[in-house]
Design a protein around this ligand. Structure first.
Ligand SMILES: NC(=O)c1ccc[n+]([C@@H]2O[C@H](COP(=O)([O-])OP(=O)(O)OC[C@H]3O[C@@H](n4cnc5c(N)ncnc54)[C@H](OP(=O)(O)O)[C@@H]3O)[C@@H](O)[C@H]2O)c1
Length: 264
């Protein structure tokens, strides 16, 4: 199949919450959006909703937990190659918060943490995104262009690290490290390429994960993710833009909240 004339974005966990809203906003900006979801029925329904709004979306069933299986990763690669021939944007959004909480009658303490839950959280929140970066990068390198946004959390900020919820915290601090590693590797090619890799804390967003009391509407939580994903060519080195958002040098390998740089 010929290369898609439109830019193509892949969003994980696109069936609800922030991933659904990011898909909607990217679709409205003219992207063909590959909406992935681990659940076939929920994913199809979400894609139908956005298609009904006139957006160019395609559903693909993907459980990011299963990306350690070469067949799952290869099938996804083949799907992207054969259906689109390009990948411009990767949004690593799918995530879980599996640590027990007092509100749910459990203990969030690191001393009571179950390794199996921490491992599962790492598989979904960290290793899935890592494999997806590996799948996306050959396209981005070939195109000399690409945007990767890893949806992280303030709970993964080393500078603000607090107690409890070790699975979620460890997974997000590691996702931040992954962001820096991938950004540093593409930075070596930065003169030839226009690939930007950043992490976002969306804030406390009104989704199922955000729960009661969350203050930020989903559209606002999605905004910095979509902003980073759609930064125009060359903006990674736009000194005015970088200084306006509180950066020092480049808009690559940064941690962003509300379109501003925050400390790791
Ligand atoms: N909401 C907040 O306040 C907040 C704050 C900071 C960071 N974040 C981050 O924002 C991202 C999106 O969260 P959200 O608030 O939109 O949460 P959400 O409403 O709970 O949605 C999470 C999404 O991830 C998907 N998912 C979970 N495990 C998966 C797997 N193994 N494979 C594929 N998809 C999987 C879920 O699919 P199912 O429907 O099948 O479960 C769902 O689509 C997460 O990375 C989260 O850590 C959220």
């Amino acid at each position: 199949m010929a290369e898609s004339p439109k830019p193509v974005a892949l969003v994980t966990g696109a069936n609800r919450g922030i991933g659904f809203e990011v898909s909607r906003q990217l679709g409205a900006k003219g992207f063909r959006v590959i909406m992935t979801s681990r659940d076939d029925v929920k994913g199809q329904k979400a894609a139908r909703t956005l298609a009904g709004e006139g957006l160019d979306v395609v559903f693909y069933q993907l459980d990011v937990l299963r990306l350690d299986d070469n067949k799952v990763a290869n099938d996804l690669k083949l799907f992207i190659d054969s259906q689109f021939g390009r990948l411009d944007v990767l949004i690593n959004n799918a995530g879980v918060f599996l640590d027990p909480s007092r509100a749910r009658g459990g203990s969030p303490s690191v001393f009571d943490a179950k390794l199996s839950l921490i491992r599962q959280t790492m598989d979904i929140n960290l290793y899935g995104p890592l494999v997806l970066c590996q799948i996306a990068m050959p396209h981005m390198r070939r195109q000399h262009h690409g945007r990767i946004v890893n949806v992280s959390s303030g709970m993964g900020q080393m500078s603000e690290m607090g107690s409890g919820y070790p699975g979620y915290r460890l997974s997000k601090v590691s996702l931040n490290a992954l962001t820096k590693i991938v950004a540093a590797e593409v930075d070596n090619d930065f003169h030839e390429t226009d690939i930007l890799v950043n992490a976002v804390c969306p804030g406390w967003v009104q989704t199922e994960m955000g729960g009661e009391g969350a203050t930020i509407p989903v559209a606002q939580g999605a905004d910095p993710i979509v902003w980073l994903a759609t930064l125009p060519k060359g903006s990674g080195r736009d000194k005015n833009l970088v200084s306006r958002i509180g950066g020092e040098d480049r808009l690559n390998g940064l941690f962003i909240r509300g379109r501003k740089v925050i400390p790791w």
